[in-house]
Design a protein around this ligand. Structure first.
Ligand SMILES: C[S@@+](CC[C@H](N)C(=O)[O-])C[C@H]1O[C@@H](n2cnc3c(N)ncnc32)[C@H](O)[C@@H]1O
Length: 203
């Protein structure tokens, strides 16, 4: 499905970065090692690279990743791309200063395992940024999966991200206008989660 969508002319979700990511990107330290999960055609990865971060984009779609590399080239930046299924992908251990998941919708088991992997993969002080459609999005019909089990619930996410601090964890309804497929008021979950820095041992 994703290769098909990304083979259509233009960029399915546009070339501009996601609004929520833009609004919180100041929380990333300079030259962060950033892993973008389910990054598709690369709009967020390329924008982060333009801000000086060292970005790796992972996706299931080779067509999307090829477009991401071309977008990076056009913007005179470099990103690394990894073709992988996130249902079976090792994010590593304390390997990333930031992990970004924008409108990535996975089946429940894969979602749980991925979020547990995020907790482990963030370096101390690292930041996880997520925006995705909430279960209430089914009432809006302005984008996202039509299957309830693929949509996000705040309580579940908080549980899966246990161990991280949550400066932002909310559900909001906002206008999401991103390319052809996100077109109107949508119910979204927004998360900024940080891994606490290691505290020095007390004497
Ligand atoms: C709605 S698109 C969002 C793309 C991008 N994050 C953005 O905001 O423009 C969802 C993306 O998740 C990717 N995806 C879905 N399931 C995946 C999986 N199991 N492993 C890796 N990528 C996956 C799709 O290929 C697609 O690029």
């Amino acid at each position: 499905m994703w290769d098909e969508r990304f083979s259509e002319p233009g960029f399915a979700y546009g070339k501009e970065p996601n609004d929520f990511l833009v609004s919180v990107a100041g929380r990333l330290k300079p030259e962060s090692r950033v892993l973008c999960l389910g990054e598709g055609e690369g709009r967020n990865a390329v924008w982060l690279a333009q801000r000086g971060h060292r970005v790796t984009a992972v996706d299931l779609s080779t067509v999307g990743l090829e477009k991401a590399r071309r977008l990076a080239e056009a913007r005179h930046v470099t990103i690394s791309t990894v073709h992988a299924d996130l249902a079976a992908y090792d994010l590593g251990d304390a390997a990333w200063d930031a992990i970004v998941a924008i409108f990535l919708h996975l089946p429940p088991d894969a979602r749980r395992d991925l979020h547990r992997g995020v907790v482990q993969a963030l370096a101390p002080g690292g930041v996880f940024v997520l925006e995705g459609y909430a279960t209430d999005q089914l009432q809006h019909g302005t984008g996202g999966p039509k299957n309830l089990s693929m949509l996000l619930a705040l309580a579940e996410l908080k549980d899966q991200l246990a161990g991280l601090e949550l400066p932002i964890a909310r559900q909001v309804t906002r206008g999401v206008y991103e390319g052809r497929y996100h077109a109107g008021a949508g119910a979204v979950i927004q998360i900024v989660a940080t891994r606490p820095r290691a505290t020095p041992p007390t004497a």
